[in-house]
Design a protein around this ligand. Structure first.
Ligand SMILES: Nc1ncnc2c1ncn2[C@@H]1O[C@H](COP(=O)(O)OP(=O)(O)O)[C@@H](O)[C@H]1O
Ligand SMILES: [Mg+2]
Length: 272
C-alpha cells in the first residue's frame, strides 16, 4: 500500500480530499460513514460486484475503498450521456443494487446519524415507508462504465432509507434530467427528459404504484432538498456553501416549476 503517490480525484461535487492511492481510493469519513461501511460490507457479502469494497481505515483516518476501473463521466459531460442505452444500463444496475440491499438492517445509531433534520417550513417526507437503504446520489459522476455499460456505482455518502421510487426519481433527477433546459448540462440540453423518465422506469422495473406517485414524489423531494441544501450551506463544508452561492436554491425552484408544468405528460408517459 505504501510507496504509491496520492492522486487527487476531482470531479465530484462536495468531498474534498478524495485521492487514489494505487488500486485504492481514500476518502474522508463523517457521521454517515458507519452506515456506508455497513452497506458496502453487506453488498460484498451478497456478492454484488457493482460497488467498491470497504477495506478499512488508513493511518490518516480515511476510509479505504477499492478503485473501480472504468470510465466515469465527469464535467463537461460527454456527448454520449444522452445515449438511451447508457441510461437503461444505469437503471438496471441500480435495480440490481436495490435488490441486493433488501434484507440489510442497519443499527439505530447508523440511521440516526443520517436522519435529515426536520426544519421549520420544510414539507414532510412522502409517507411511503422506506423499502431499503438507497444510494440516493445516482449522478453520472458516480457511475463507472465499462464497455459502454454501467458496471459500478460509487460514492455512497448520501445512502439512506428510501423507496424504490425514491431511487428511480433520484436517477432521473440527474439523468433525464428533471430540469428546464437552462439548468441542464449541454450534453442533455436537447434530450426529451419525459421519454427518458419512461425509459429509466422500464429498465428499472418500477411498478405502477411507483409510476403514479413519480411526479408528486419528485416535487416533494425537491421542495425538501431546497430547505436541506440551505441548511447544509449554513452549517456544513465549503462545497455545500459554494453550491448555494452558485444558485442551487433557485435551480431547485425552477425544477419544481418544470415538474409542475410537465407533470401530466410525465404521468401519462409512465402509465401509458
Ligand atoms: N472507488 C472508486 N472507483 C473509481 N473511481 C472513483 C472511486 N471513488 C471515486 N472515484 C472518482 O473520484 C471522483 C470523486 O469521488 P466521489 O467519491 O464521487 O466524491 P464526491 O463526494 O466528491 O463526489 C468520482 O467522480 C470518480 O471519478
Ligand atoms: Mg461523487
Amino acid at each position: 500500500m505504501t510507496g504509491h503517490p496520492e492522486i487527487p480525484l476531482p470531479g465530484g461535487d462536495v468531498t474534498e480530499g478524495v485521492v487514489r492511492v494505487g488500486d485504492t481510493v481514500r476518502r474522508p469519513t463523517g457521521p454517515h460513514s458507519p452506515l456506508v461501511h455497513a452497506v458496502l460490507q453487506h453488498l460484498e457479502a451478497q456478492g454484488f460486484d457493482g460497488a467498491p469494497r470497504f477495506l478499512g481505515i488508513d493511518e490518516k483516518g480515511r476510509e479505504v475503498l477499492t478503485f473501480l476501473e472504468g470510465e466515469v463521466p465527469g464535467r463537461p459531460h460527454p456527448a454520449w450521456l444522452t445515449d438511451p442505452g447508457r441510461l437503461a444500463s444505469t437503471a438496471r444496475l441500480l435495480r440490481r443494487l436495490d435488490d441486493a440491499m433488501v434484507g440489510f438492517t442497519p443499527s439505530p445509531a447508523m440511521l440516526a446519524a443520517v436522519a435529515p433534520p426536520e426544519l421549520p417550513g420544510m414539507p414532510p417526507a412522502p409517507d411511503a415507508p422506506a423499502e431499503l437503504i438507497g444510494h440516493m446520489d445516482i449522478t453520472p459522476e458516480n457511475t463507472v462504465f465499462r464497455g459502454g455499460e454501467a458496471a459500478g456505482l460509487i460514492d455512497f455518502d448520501l445512502a439512506k432509507p428510501a423507496t424504490r421510487l425514491d431511487e428511480v426519481t433520484n436517477l432521473c433527477l440527474h439523468w433525464a434530467p428533471l430540469a428546464p433546459q437552462r439548468d441542464r448540462s449541454p450534453a442533455l440540453r436537447r434530450a426529451d427528459a419525459v421519454v427518458r423518465i419512461r425509459l429509466a422506469a422500464d429498465a428499472y422495473g418500477l411498478d405502477d404504484a411507483g409510476r403514479a406517485q413519480f411526479v408528486p414524489t419528485a416535487i416533494r423531494r425537491a421542495e425538501r432538498s431546497w430547505h436541506l441544501m440551505r441548511e447544509r450551506a449554513e452549517t456544513a463544508g465549503s462545497g455545500w456553501r459554494r453550491m448555494w452561492e452558485d444558485g442551487v436554491g433557485d435551480q431547485i425552484r425552477r425544477r419544481v416549476a418544470w415538474l409542475e408544468a410537465e407533470g401530466e405528460r410525465i404521468t401519462a408517459e409512465l402509465l401509458g
